[in-house]
Design a protein around this ligand. Structure first.
Ligand SMILES: NC(=O)c1ccc[n+]([C@@H]2O[C@H](COP(=O)([O-])OP(=O)(O)OC[C@H]3O[C@@H](n4cnc5c(N)ncnc54)[C@H](OP(=O)(O)O)[C@@H]3O)[C@@H](O)[C@H]2O)c1
Length: 240
């Protein structure tokens, strides 16, 4: 499947993994709808996309707000969206009993509720077309427990369960649903520390390539879950 004449909505597209996905999909000819809060980051990505002669539109929205999601879905349907990539996310490190309730709600909201609501708003369009692809960027934290990340882990476990459930609901309508669970990726989300070797982390481009594989490669099957681990442990040199 080619991405020519396909429209792709990517949340959290201003930097990190979302930016890498946007540039790769634009390079393969897709029209990209870019969403996140920071307008300057989105415009910078849009400028890079214009240099490779692809089309993009920016939506500088706080995606925890229902009004933003309604507007975004409206525009995406007007552009005849084919692929939704729920990538926006954030986390706060710390002991759970010290986490402010507002922060807990925010993490659950952007990492789990936002992809759920965006999917709910766009699914009728995919169901009507009898085609579509939804890729959710969860985390290895959606597959195991981790100290100092309880709310983040809960949100990503929720997103994993949601993705598998939605696949069961829409598979007969020719809609692909995949959840991608990367380990450490070298982005701003991972704080600078001398405890991990950033050179050994997954590159955002690797996650983008996984998304491209899901969206384009398989006609008669759907990779419903992909776990990406760093090839070499970022902790390895510390163990010696
Ligand atoms: N880095 C890792 O090690 C890693 C590993 C596994 C999974 N992930 C997941 O990968 C995804 C992308 O993260 P990243 O590593 O690329 O981090 P990042 O560089 O911090 O990017 C996060 C993106 O999400 C956007 N975002 C956050 N809150 C938002 C909100 N309320 N409304 C709209 N956009 C919002 C950010 O833009 P604004 O701040 O401008 O809104 C930014 O574009 C996340 O879901 C993350 O959980 C990351």
């Amino acid at each position: 499947m080619s991405l020519k004449n396909k429209t792709v909505l990517i949340t959290g597209a201003g930097r990190g993994i979302g930016k890498a996905i946007a540039l790769l999909f634009a390079n393969h000819g897709a029209k990209i709808l870019l969403a996140s809060r920071s307008q300057s980051e989105l415009e910078s990505v849009s400028h890079d996309i214009s240099k490779i002669n692809s089309e993009s539109h920016v939506f500088p929205y706080d995606l925890t707000k229902d009004e933003s999601l309604n507007n975004l879905a409206h525009h995406a349907i007007q552009q005849n969206i084919d692929i939704l990539i729920n990538n926006a996310g954030s986390g706060i490190k710390g002991k759970f009993h010290k986490l402010a309730v507002n922060d807990m709600d925010h993490i659950l909201s952007i990492n789990m509720r936002t992809p759920m609501l965006l999917t709910k708003l766009l699914l009728p369009h995919f169901l009507q077309k009898q085609s579509g692809c939804i890729i959710n960027i969860a985390s290895i934290a959606g597959k195991m427990g981790m100290s100092n990340s309880a709310a983040y882990c809960a949100s990503k476990h929720g997103l994993v369960g949601f993705s598998h459930s939605i696949f069961e609901e829409v598979r007969e309508k020719n809609i692909k649903v995949c959840v991608i669970c990367p380990g450490f990726v070298d982005t701003r989300l991972v704080p600078q520390t001398n405890k991990v070797d950033r050179n050994k982390m997954i590159r955002p481009d690797d996650v983008a390539s996984a998304c491209l594989f899901v969206a384009t490669s398989l006609q008669h099957s759907c990779p419903t879950e992909m776990i990406l681990r760093p090839q070499h442990s970022p902790y390895h040199s510390l163990k010696k």
